[in-house]
Design a protein around this ligand. Structure first.
Ligand code: ATP
Ligand code: MG
Ligand code: MG
Ligand code: MG
Length: 474
């Protein structure tokens, strides 16, 4: 089955179970300052869980655009290194707002995954985790569904804080949360890794495909767990991961959609399509960047815009590593639109805009990228030990526009680490300089705004942190 067919089958299955099909919401969360980007299907339903909003339905299903590149769920640094993490992915979900609870949720998930009419997965490849003391879920799985105890795992709060377990899901530091049960797929003994909870769980053999969360609490800012008005269900299954399973491949990058993006990335860069991690990073990043721009984010020096800038620059650096000459990233948008434009019309509608924004950002960064890399090489030659000092990280950041995670990415490839406290000290010193400079009316690190008539005089400063838009009073 192709990914587009799997997406459709999921939505149809839950429609047959009385769910209303709801379109994906924007990647920019509406009215939720606690969230950087939409990171799960449940975000747009947050107020339904909290009982603050009533809709015409109590069951919903969706395929939601998600970005996990900052905030509580941040996978940026995993991308290119694991088989299963993307910055952008689609989350298939079914939701109950005070309607059904654990029993139906578990039975639906099992039916969709294993029934011949639907995905027809072999039952003995599926492993199940439940929250440590959730006997109710454990009993439904073992006594009703018939999963043998040998493939059931209880996961507790073993991360040093209450409710810090992988089986207690929370959208962020505050908001709806609850115990969950997760379904893993065993990709086979040839791949290194162990079942969840085992010492080898970080391997890629057992891959988490679907999380079913039993929403029961609202966590407040002071850590209090208030019961929700009604027990609810929120589930999420990564479309790319379940596609890999159904297409009999191991890594997400081998699925139909990514094959085409990898090919297009290699053509744009002018390198071989040989599975290099950097190529995967590029193929991954074109999705998050394009979708973020389509939803209205623009590269900038703060907040969401800075996260976008970091992702674009990371992609540029990986392309450069593969030998790209000149701007290449914006060229991959065409292939992305061909792959995903039917399901997400915003890509088609905004193709030209996305390409313009990417090209502009690439050209701007190209001016300092090569130079910054050269400087870094020189510094590394003289490096004593394995820690890149704070002043080097700062110089790359401030003069050459290298976001810290980009420098960290390079460090990781060479088994080096960063002196982050040292970098923070340099940043603080710079803020101090800026504060004293602002006495003279110039704080070069912030957008300079002047009241009254203004005239845009162009991009006045291409210092590493990006361009600074200067508006002068006429
Ligand atoms: P993992 O442990 O693999 O990082 P997770 O536990 O953080 O995943 P959840 O928050 O439970 O993920 O999200 C629900 C589902 O969304 C996961 O079971 C997985 O299928 C999918 N998913 C989560 N993060 C990613 C990602 N970065 N890329 C692709 N799919 C993802
Ligand atoms: Mg995760
Ligand atoms: Mg997990
Ligand atoms: Mg999970």
């Amino acid at each position: 089955m192709k990914s587009a067919e799997i997406r459709e089958a999921f939505l149809r299955f839950f429609e047959e179970k009385g769910h209303t099909r709801v379109a994906s919401s924007s990647l920019i969360p509406a009215n939720d300052p606690t969230l950087l980007f939409t990171n799960a299907g449940m975000n747009q339903f947050k107020d339904c869980f909290l009982g603050l909003e009533k809709r015409s339905y109590t069951r919903a299903t969706s395929s939601q655009k998600c970005v996990r590149a900052g905030g509580k769920h941040n996978d940026l640094e995993n991308v290119g290194y694991t088989a299963r993490h993307h910055t952008f992915f689609e989350m298939l979900g079914n939701f109950s707002f005070g309607d059904y609870f654990k029993r139906d949720a578990i039975h639906y998930a099992w039916e969709f995954l294993t029934a011949k009419k639907w995905l027809g997965l072999p039952q003995d490849k599926l492993w199940i985790t439940v929250y440590a003391n959730d006997d109710e879920a454990y009993d439904i799985w073992t006594k009703e569904v018939g999963v043998p105890a040998g493939r059931m795992i209880r996961i507790g709060d073993n991360k040093g804080a209450p409710y810090a377990s992988d089986n207690f899901w929370a959208m962020g530091d505050t908001g709806p949360c609850g115990p969950c049960t997760e379904i893993f797929y065993d990709h086979g003994a040839e791949i290194w890794g162990g079942p969840p909870g085992s010492p080898e769980e970080d391997g890629d053999r057992y891959i988490e495909i679907w999380n079913n969360v039993f929403m029961q609490f609202n966590r407040t800012a002071d850590g209090e767990m208030q019961p929700l008005p009604a027990p609810s269900v929120d589930t999420g299954m990564g479309l790319e991961r379940i596609s890999a399973v159904l297409q009999h491949v191991h890594a997400n990058y081998e699925i139909d959609l990514f094959q085409n993006l990898l090919k297009a990335s290699a053509v744009a860069i002018g390198c071989a399509n040989d599975g290099a991690p950097s190529l995967k990073v590029v193929a991954d990043h074109i999705r998050s960047c394009s979708f973020l721009i389509a939803d209205g984010v623009l590269p900038s020096n703060e907040g969401r815009g800075y996260v976008l800038r970091r992702i674009i620059r990371r992609a540029c650096r990986h392309g450069n590593k593969l030998g790209a000459k000149g701007a290449f990233f914006y060229k991959i948008v065409t292939a992305l639109v061909a792959e995903m434009g039917d399901a997400y019309s915003e890509l088609q509608q905004q193709q030209a805009h996305i390409q313009r924004v990417l090209l502009n950002e690439e050209e701007q960064f190209a001016k300092t990228l090569e130079q910054g890399l050269r400087i870094l090489e020189q510094d590394l030659v003289q490096l004593q030990g394995s820690v890149i000092p704070g002043d080097v990280i700062f110089k790359l950041y401030d003069t050459y526009g290298f976001p810290v995670d980009l420098t960290n990415d390079i460090a990781r490839e060479r088994n080096l680490t960063l002196d982050e406290p040292g970098f923070e000290r340099e940043m603080e010193a710079q803020r101090e300089r800026a504060r004293s400079a602002s006495v003279f009316g110039m704080d070069y690190n912030s957008l300079v705004k002047v009241e009254g008539e203004t005239r845009f005089t162009g991009y006045a400063d291409t210092r590493g942190t990006g361009t600074i838009l200067v508006l002068f009073k006429d």
